[in-house]
Design a protein around this ligand. Structure first.
Ligand SMILES: Nc1ncnc2c1ncn2[C@@H]1O[C@H](COP(=O)(O)OP(=O)(O)OP(=O)(O)O)[C@@H](O)[C@H]1O
Ligand SMILES: N[C@@H](CCO)C(=O)O
Length: 288
């Protein structure tokens, strides 16, 4: 059995902890054979456990403690701690592993509840499970998420060579937000969703860059966000936002704009990776 879970890019500007999109880099977890102890062959090096403490296995055991140990093979092109939803993909894969091997019969709604509880917010796990673009809210007890058809656009990721843990990036956020500012950013988010729903790309791009919930506070951790906005000032594109907690900076482009944006970023940065990503409309799937 192979479990395939897409990468995800969260927030998309003013959608902090709510909006996310599934993209075509993938975590693949393959079951090889039953074993005496959990064993995970993976490409992430010694910092990531290869036994029952691996996040995929820990998640599976959290919901099915009596699951029989397996030898697993993990492959992935989702970089760790870069703002492309690596932890969510591992959590979703772990839940599906337990669901399949333990014949638990969990549907997508229950998987979403469990994944959100484990990750703490729904913006990566919802699109990882549902695919495409999702708009979600979580009240510490229940997650409601709506899958939407995102306009057919490209996502050009600039993935810096450095890791940034979500935990560290969240510590940069304020504990309180000014009331008029919160109301204003809420209204920007509303117009943003309406623009996405009506496929008004120009309006969508203008709202994408007007977040006040998190990006201004994270600029000191990811100065590349402002830098890329400057670099692309005279290059046609839809908008640029901080992907998840960073440090990846995402630029959304129309197909005819993509090559120019890639060329501009590749010329500007001597380190890191520029990756063109496409929307994964399906979300997590299992091949038996
Ligand atoms: N496939 C995996 N197997 C085991 N552990 C993983 C896997 N993917 C991620 N992790 C764990 O999750 C950590 C990264 O989680 P973190 O939330 O900081 O970043 P992220 O999920 O990549 O980014 P973001 O949530 O901003 O999109 C890794 O350092 C590792 O400990
Ligand atoms: N909404 C989350 C996504 C990263 O997990 C954040 O920006 O911290």
């Amino acid at each position: 059995m192979k479990i395939i879970v897409p990468a995800t890019s969260a927030n998309l500007g003013p959608g902090f902890d709510s909006l996310g999109i599934a993209l075509n880099s993938f975590l693949v977890v393959e079951t090889l054979e039953p074993a005496n102890e959990w064993r995970v062959d993976h490409p992430f090096g010694p910092k990531v456990p290869s036994n029952q403490y691996n996040l995929v296995v820990r998640t599976a055991l959290a919901i099915k403690p009596d699951l029989a140990p397996q030898h697993l093979k993990v492959t992935s092109n989702i970089p760790l701690a870069r703002g492309l939803g690596s932890s969510s993909s591992a959590i979703v894969a772990g839940l599906i592993l337990a669901n399949e091997l333990g014949a638990m019969g969990l549907d997508q709604t229950m998987l979403l509840q469990l994944a959100t509880r484990l990750e703490g917010h729904p913006d990566n796990v919802a699109p990882a499970i549902l695919g495409d673009f999702s708009v979600a809210t979580y009240d510490e007890d229940w997650c409601d998420a709506v899958k939407m058809d995102f306009p057919k656009l490209d996502f050009v990721a600039y993935i810096p060579d450095k890791e940034l843990r979500t935990k560290e990036s969240r510590e940069a956020l304020p504990s309180k937000l000014d009331y008029p500012k919160a109301i204003h950013t809420g209204s920007v988010g509303n117009v943003y969703i309406a623009a996405i729903a009506s496929k008004n790309i120009e309006l969508m791009g203008r709202m994408m860059i007007r977040d006040e919930f998190h990006e201004p506070y994270r600029l000191k951790l990811v100065p590349e966000l402002e830098e890329i906005r400057q670099v692309l000032q005279h290059t046609a594109h839809v908008g640029t936002y901080l992907s998840g907690a960073g440090p990846t900076v995402m630029t959304v482009t129309q197909k005819q704009e993509t090559d120019q944006v890639v060329a501009r970023l590749q010329t500007h940065f001597s380190t890191g990776e520029v990756r063109v990503m496409h929307i994964d409309r399906l979300g997590a799937r299992v091949i038996k």
